[in-house]
Design a protein around this ligand. Structure first.
Ligand code: ASP
Length: 576
C-alpha cells in the first residue's frame, strides 16, 4: 500500500495558514499537572491520608462483631465488606467499638434459625432493631478484618469522583462511532483486499509475537526474582482475609470460557445494530470491514455518497475527542485522587516486591521489544516516538482502559506520527481489543507469584517447565480475551491459574495492588498498539514523521493544541 492508497489526513494535506504561535500551556502539561494534583491530594486528603482522622473502618468478611468486648453474643451483621465508624478504642487498640447502620440482610441473617425472635432481641445499646437503626458493637483490631480509613477523605472521593467519570464517559462515547466510521471509510477507500489481507495477517502475527515476548520476559523475571517466596505468612493471611470476597465475585465471572470455534463465529454479529449498541468491538470491526468491502463493489460511483457522509461524520466525531480532552486535566486529577487515596500503604509494602517485578518486566518490554521495533521496524527515534504518543500514554495511565483511550491513541498516531487513517483505523481498534502485552506480562508474573506461594518449591506438586509453558500459552489467550477496561486482566487471570491447577483464590493475594499495576500495564498496552501501528504503516511504505510540540502549537488542524480555537461555524440549512 502506498501513501495514495489510503486516505491521508485532509487537513494536513491541504495545510493550514501558518498560524501565530499559540500561547498558553500545552494540553499534556495540563494533564501532567492534573495527575500531580490528583496524586498529591490523594496522599494528603484521601481515605488513607495520615493527616485526617482515621475514624472509619472497612470491615471484611473475616470481621466478627460482638455486642460485648471479648463476649460471645454476635451482633446482627450480615458480613461482606462494609464501612463502619469507630466510636472507641480499647485495650491499647486491640479492640474497636464500631457503629453501623442496620440493613435488611443484617436482620435476616440475625433472624436465621430463630424465626420467633422479636426484633427487640436484636438490639444493642437500646436501639430498636429496624432497618436503618444505628447499632454498636466490638470488633478485634486485626488488619485482616478491619482496615481503618478517614471518612472525610472518603467523602471527598465520593464528591469528586463524578469529574473523573464524566471525562471517562465523554471519551468512551466516541469509541464505537469512531471505530465504525473510520474503518468503513478506510476500507472503502482502500479498494485492494490483498493489501487489507496482508495488513491483517502481519498485524495479527506481530501482535502474537510481542505478546509471547512479553510473557517470556514476565515468566523469566518471576523465576529469577521469586517474588512469591518473600511474602510473609502474616501478610498472606491478611491479604486473603481482606480481599477474598472481592476476588470471589470476579473469579466466577471468568468461568465457562467458550470454545475456540464458538469464539471465532461470535465475531460475526447476527445483529450489527446490537453489536454497535453493546460496543462489542470485534463484532463492530468485522461489520465495518465487511460493509467497507461491500461498498467497493457498488458500481457507478454509487458508494461515494455514503463514504462522504461517513467521512464527514468521522471528522465530527474526532472533534468530540478534542472536546473531551478539554476536561482531561480535571478528569485525570479526580481519577488519580481516588486511586491514590484508596490504596493502602501497608498493601503496597507487602506486595511491593511483586509489584516491582511486574514494573521491571513492563519497563524491559517497552525498552527492548518496542524499542527495537520503533528503531528498526518503524525507523523512528524511540524517545521522540514515546513523546509523540504522550497524550495517549497519560490518558491510558489515568483511566486504566485501553479501549477508552483508543480515540486519543488514534489521534496521536495519525497527527503526531503521520500514520494514515487507513492503517490506524484497522490496527488500533484490533490492538485495543486483543493485543495486551502489558496484561499478558503481568499475568505471567502473577500466576508464578501465586504458584510460589501455594505450591511447594520442588518435588511433587511443584511448578514444572511444562506448567510454565502452559502459563505462557494460556496467558496469551487470557490477554486476548481481556477487555480493554480496568481490572479485566485480573479477571481472565483465573483462566491461567485454572490451566495449571494453581488455586484460583490466590487472586485475592494480588487484588490490593491491582489497580495501581493496571495503570502501568494499560499504558504498556497502548504503547504496544501505537508501536504496532507505526511498524505496520512503515511496512506499507508510509512516510512517518514525528510532529514537534512547536508544530502542533502552530497548526490548529493537527495535534492536540488549538483544535477548538477557531470556535463554532454554524451550519446553514435549506429550511427557514
Ligand atoms: N486495563 C487493561 C487495559 O485496558 C486491561 C487489564 O490488564 O486489566 O488495557
Amino acid at each position: 500500500m502506498s501513501d495514495g492508497d489510503v486516505p491521508t489526513k485532509k487537513s494536513k494535506a491541504e495545510g493550514s495558514p501558518p498560524a501565530k504561535k499559540k500561547k498558553g500551556m500545552a494540553l499534556y502539561t495540563k494533564i501532567l499537572i492534573g495527575m500531580a494534583v490528583g496524586v498529591g491530594l490523594g496522599l494528603l486528603f484521601g481515605p488513607n491520608s495520615f493527616l485526617l482522622p482515621q475514624s472509619g473502618v472497612t470491615l471484611t468478611p473475616a470481621a466478627q462483631i460482638v455486642l460485648e468486648k471479648g463476649g460471645e453474643t454476635v451482633a446482627p451483621w450480615s458480613g461482606g465488606v462494609r464501612m463502619a465508624r469507630i466510636v472507641e478504642e480499647a485495650d491499647d487498640g486491640q479492640w474497636l467499638k464500631v457503629q453501623w447502620t442496620l440493613t435488611a440482610p443484617d436482620l435476616l441473617k440475625a433472624r436465621k434459625g430463630k424465626p420467633d425472635s422479636a426484633p427487640a432481641s436484636l438490639t444493642a445499646d437500646g436501639n430498636p432493631a429496624q432497618v436503618g437503626a444505628v447499632l454498636k458493637g466490638w470488633v478485634k483490631n486485626d488488619p485482616g478484618a478491619a482496615t481503618r480509613y478517614a471518612p472525610i477523605g472518603q467523602t471527598i472521593v465520593d464528591w469528586t469522583e463524578w469529574i473523573g467519570l464524566l471525562f471517562l464517559a465523554m471519551i468512551k462515547m466516541v469509541v464505537v462511532p469512531l471505530v465504525f466510521l473510520s474503518l468503513v471509510v478506510g476500507v472503502a477507500s482502500l479498494g485492494d483486499f490483498r493489501k487489507l489481507g496482508r495488513l491483517g495477517g502481519r498485524t495479527i502475527g506481530y501482535f502474537l509475537g510481542t505478546t509471547l515476548m512479553a510473557l517470556t520476559i514476565g515468566v523469566l523475571l518471576a523465576n529469577i526474582f521469586q517474588p512469591g517466596r518473600v511474602l510473609s505468612a502474616e501478610d498472606k493471611a491478611r491479604m486473603l482475609a481482606s480481599y477474598s470476597s472481592g476476588a470471589g465475585d470476579k473469579i466466577t465471572s471468568a468461568a465457562n470460557a467458550p470454545s475456540f470455534v464458538d469464539q471465532l463465529i461470535s465475531i460475526v454479529p447476527t445483529n450489527p445494530v446490537n453489536a454497535l449498541a453493546s460496543g462489542d468491538m470485534l463484532q463492530v470491526i468485522f461489520f465495518a470491514l465487511m460493509l467497507g468491502i461491500a461498498l467497493t463493489f457498488l458500481k457507478n460511483n454509487r458508494a461515494q455518497l455514503v463514504v462522504d457522509v461517513f467521512d464527514r461524520l468521522n471528522e465530527a466525531v474526532v472533534m468530540l475527542v478534542h472536546m473531551a480532552m478539554y476536561i482531561a486535566p480535571f478528569g485525570v486529577a479526580a481519577l488519580l485522587f481516588k486511586v491514590v487515596g484508596s490504596t493502602g500503604l501497608s498493601v503496597l509494602f507487602a506486595l511491593g516486591y511483586y509489584a516491582l517485578v511486574v514494573l521491571l518486566g513492563l519497563g524491559l518490554h517497552v525498552a527492548i521489544t518496542y524499542g527495537l521495533t520503533i528503531r528498526f521496524g518503524a525507523r523512528l527515534p524511540v524517545i521522540k516516538f514515546l513523546g509523540a504518543i504522550k497524550e495517549a500514554l497519560l490518558v491510558a495511565f489515568s483511566t486504566s482502559s485501553s479501549s477508552a483511550t483508543l480515540p486519543v491513541t488514534k489521534e496521536c498516531c495519525e497527527d503526531n506520527l503521520n500514520v494514515s487513517p487507513g492503517v490506524t483505523s484497522f490496527v488500533l481498534p484490533l490492538g485495543a481489543t486483543v493485543n495486551m502485552d502489558g496484561t499478558a506480562l503481568y499475568q505471567g508474573v502473577a500466576a508464578i507469584f501465586i504458584a510460589q506461594i501455594y505450591l511447594p518449591e520442588s518435588g511433587p506438586g511443584a511448578l514444572t517447565i511444562m506448567d510454565q509453558v502452559t502459563i505462557v500459552g494460556s496467558a496469551t489467550l487470557a490477554s486476548v480475551g481481556a477487555a480493554g477496561v480496568p481490572g479485566a486482566g485480573m479477571i481472565t487471570l483465573a483462566l491461567v491459574l485454572t490451566a495449571v491447577g494453581i488455586p484460583v483464590e490466590g487472586i485475592a493475594l494480588i487484588l490490593g495492588v491491582d489497580r495501581i499495576l493496571d495503570m502501568f500495564r494499560t499504558a504498556t498496552n497502548v504503547a504496544g498498539d501505537s508501536t504496532a501501528t507505526a511498524f505496520m504503516a512503515r511496512l506499507e511504505g508510509e512516510d512517518l514523521r514525528i510532529m514537534s510540540d512547536e508544530e502542533d502549537a502552530a497548526n490548529p488542524d493537527a495535534g492536540f493544541e488549538g483544535r477548538l480555537a477557531a470556535g463554532p461555524h454554524p451550519v446553514p440549512t435549506d429550511h427557514e
